[in-house]
Each structure stands twice: as structure tokens, then as C-alpha cells.
Design a protein around this ligand. Structure first.
Ligand code: FNR
Length: 406
């Protein structure tokens, strides 16, 4: 029988299996085996996934500024756990569904959102890109995303509102001086912010070792942007301009009790959202004392090393909320499947912190847009695969706790 080269190759593969393949080609030269630096993507839309933006941000930024984004508290284990914990949940994909019209829109606090994703508060974004919060606001406008502006913004809220062309939510570090608290609330109201987001997880004196180590490695003088080498945001933040901050010593009062919440509720005429809730008990208290929504958040693991991931806190918070108010979640969202799992476990929408800072550092506005595009694309893909054409179809029964060995 005639034996063509092709036939003999097929037989050799059949006999030797895939292990026979290397013998068919010349041996690899040492240079081919050496690790190569991967090419830097030339544009944001070439970046394949959200995590790749982290490396690009690290390459773009001075060590201290990247350290500020990266840092957690103590050993950064809560930062890692926030994302890793999504891997403890598995998706139950259903096969018989009509996917002709995939729809990821949702009405949130009376506004129509294109996807269940928003940009959470990240302070001092000029440290990551000269266009800072304006670039983020333009990205939010381009992609129809809700933006939450940090009290430590490096751009005044009015300029951000203008760039966003839609009302932003004003995140609030109330400080320990009520006159400053009420001044910040007044300014947010005059700028047209549709929500004040009170952060309740920031009591100060946090141990950000990754940041401190990065600052030790960074030889630059910081006094240009940090007058007197002070990192206290109330001394440099544009949102504090015109307010007497001489009595401020911290970002929050020591007695941040529910009575404080009542007092704040009385002066906030827009929506009041409470950010930093990780237990059912506090969720119930926040709602009873006037919160219009709550955010399950541990500040991206930056404030305390509890090791409990936000996705693991979500079920008890959602249960305590009993559908009375929207429950948002942030912390460790890096994939569309993370968004899907959070929605299945009771979140109305999810926020991203570090990913937007990485995107901004790497490519400015285009980077933030690309991060949102990737997450939305991945969410669309898993919605199709799981047989959930709408967000409301992503119900509790769509995820299970993994039985796989850890
Ligand atoms: C934050 N975060 C934050 N939160 C807040 O309420 N006010 C703020 O000013 C800031 N500033 C800030 C700066 C930086 C550099 C980061 C990374 C984070 C927390 C943020 O809103 C959000 O809760 C977490 O970042 C979510 O976790 P991931 O997405 O970073 O994992």
C-alpha cells in the first residue's frame, strides 16, 4: 500500500499520541526557550482582561502611586480573598432559554442603567493620570455608567459633573467636624449630585504596609502634590476648598453611631447610600435609620484585615435588607462571572475600584472605558451561557457553593 507522508504522520500521531509531536520538528534553540517580555498592548482595546491592566498600571506609575492603588491592610490577604472568594461559587448554567434579546439594563434608584456596573469612589486620581477624575467622568458618560466621586477627588465636583454630563454620586468622608460635614453635603447638593454615599468603614490609623513599603522605594519628593508632605485629604482636596478645616483631625467622627446617621439623614435631601456594610445587623440599622441603599464593601480590603470577602458577606446583608432597598457590592470584581455571581447572591449592581484606577493609569479615559467594556462583554457572555437573558433571570438558584476541594 502506498504510504504518503501525510498518512505516516497521522499514524505516528496515532501511535505515539500527542507526545510524539516534538520529535517531528527541530529541537528548540535556547533563545526560543528564554522567557520573553510580552509586547505592551498599543491601545486599551487590545487588552484582553481586567487583570492585565494592573501590570500596565504598575509600569506606568511611580512606585508610591501604584502602591497606593495596590495596598490592603496588614498582609493584604483580604484584598486577595475578595477576588478569590468568587471562585468558591459555581454557576448552574441552564440550557433551555430564549436568548434572542439579551438585556443587561436595570433601573437603579429611579435611573436607567445600561449595565449593573458602576465606578466606585477612588480618591486622588491625579496621582494616576493628569486627566484624573475628568477622564473617568468622560468614560462614565461614554459608557453610561454611574460614577461615585470620592471626597478626596483631585478635581472639583462641579468640573466632574460637567465632564460626566450626568449627575454623580458624592461619596462622603464626613470628617470629625460637623460644620465640614454639612459644608460637603451642601456643596454636593448645589452641584446636583443625586446621592450622598456615606462611607462608614474608615476609622483611620489603618496599616497599609504595601503602600509604606512602596513609599520607601520611591525616591521622589512628594511635596509638589502633598503640601508640607501631608497626605490628609482635607488639607489638599478641592472639595474642601472654602471650608474651615482647622478643627478636622480625621475622616470620620469617633462616634459614628446611628444617631450620626439620623443627623446626616436630616440634611441630605438626595438619596443617602451607606457604604462599608458587611453584616446583616448593620444593614438593618442603616435601613431603619434612613439609608436608601447600602453597599456591601470592605473598602477593597484597605482598612482592616478581616479576611471575609464581600461576596461572602453579601447573603446575610441581602437577607437583612429584605428587598427594602438596593444592595450594591464592591471588592474583587475582575470578571463578568464575578458580576453574575454577585447578582445571583442578591446584589442590585456592583462597583469597581482598582480596575478603573488601573485603566486610567494605563490609557486614561480609553482605559476606563476598556475596563467597563471587558466586564460588560464577559457578563453578556456568561448570561448567554447560563441561559439568563435578563438580569432578573440571574436568581439565587443560579449559583452554588463549590464542593470542590479548596
Ligand atoms: C478606594 N476606595 C475608596 N472608597 C471610598 O469610600 N472613598 C475613597 O476615597 C476611596 N478611595 C480609594 C482609593 C483607592 C486607590 C482605591 C483602590 C479604593 C474604595 C473603593 O471605593 C472600593 O470600595 C474598593 O476599591 C472596591 O474594591 P476593588 O474593586 O478595588 O477590589
Amino acid at each position: 500500500m502506498h504510504n504518503s507522508g501525510r498518512g505516516s504522520l497521522t499514524r505516528r500521531l496515532f501511535i505515539g499520541g500527542i507526545a510524539a509531536l516534538p520529535a517531528l520538528w527541530p529541537p528548540a534553540r535556547a533563545a526560543d526557550a528564554a522567557p520573553r517580555t510580552p509586547p505592551v498592548p498599543a491601545s486599551a482595546d487590545q487588552v484582553l482582561n481586567v487583570m492585565e491592566f494592573e501590570r500596565l498600571a504598575q509600569e506606568a506609575l511611580p512606585p508610591a502611586h501604584f502602591g497606593y492603588i495596590a495596598t490592603g491592610a496588614d498582609d493584604d490577604r483580604t484584598v486577595a480573598r475578595n477576588h478569590d472568594a468568587f471562585g468558591h461559587y459555581e454557576i448552574r448554567a441552564r440550557r433551555f432559554a430564549d436568548l434572542t434579546h439579551l438585556n443587561s439594563t436595570r433601573t437603579v434608584l429611579g435611573s436607567s442603567w445600561t449595565s449593573p456596573l458602576y465606578l466606585s469612589a477612588v480618591s486622588a486620581m491625579r496621582a494616576f493620570h493628569p486627566d484624573a477624575e475628568v477622564a473617568v467622568a468622560r468614560a462614565a458618560a461614554a459608557r453610561g455608567l454611574q460614577m461615585m466621586l470620592s471626597t478626596g477627588s483631585s478635581t472639583p465636583v462641579e468640573a466632574v459633573e460637567q465632564a460626566c454630563a450626568a449627575p454623580v454620586w458624592q461619596q462622603l468622608y464626613p470628617t470629625d467636624d460637623w460644620a465640614v460635614t454639612s459644608g460637603l453635603v451642601r456643596r454636593a447638593a448645589s452641584a446636583g449630585c443625586t446621592a450622598v454615599v456615606l462611607t462608614v468603614d474608615s476609622h483611620g490609623r489603618r496599616n497599609n504596609e504595601t503602600l509604606l513599603r512602596a513609599m520607601q522605594r520611591d525616591g521622589r519628593s512628594c511635596t509638589d502634590c502633598h503640601p508640607g508632605n501631608s497626605h490628609d485629604m482635607w488639607r489638599r482636596g478641592p472639595l474642601f476648598a472654602g471650608l474651615d478645616v482647622s478643627r478636622v483631625t480625621a475622616l470620620a467622627p469617633d462616634d459614628l453611631t446611628v444617631q450620626f446617621l439620623d443627623r446626616l439623614r436630616a440634611i441630605v435631601k438626595s438619596r443617602l447610600i451607606v457604604k462599608g456594610i458587611v453584616t446583616g445587623e448593620d444593614a438593618a440599622l442603616a435601613i431603619e435609620h434612613g439609608a436608601d441603599a447600602i453597599v456591601v464593601s470592605n473598602h477593597g480590603g484597605r482598612n482592616e484585615e478581616t479576611l471575609r470577602a464581600t461576596i461572602d458577606s453579601l447573603p446575610e446583608v441581602a437577607a437583612a435588607a429584605r428587598g427594602r432597598v438596593p444592595v450594591f457590592l464592591d471588592g474583587g470584581i475582575r470578571r463578568g462571572t464575578d458580576v453574575f455571581k454577585a447578582l445571583a447572591l442578591g446584589a442590585t449592581a456592583v462597583g469597581i475600584g482598582r480596575p478603573q484606577a488601573w485603566g486610567l493609569a494605563a490609557f486614561g479615559q480609553a482605559g476606563v472605558e476598556a475596563v467597563a467594556d471587558i466586564l460588560n462583554r464577559e457578563l453578556g457572555a456568561i448570561m448567554r451561557q447560563a441561559g439568563t437573558p435578563t438580569l432578573s433571570a440571574i436568581t439565587r438558584d443560579r449559583v452554588v457553593r463549590s464542593q470542590a476541594p479548596a
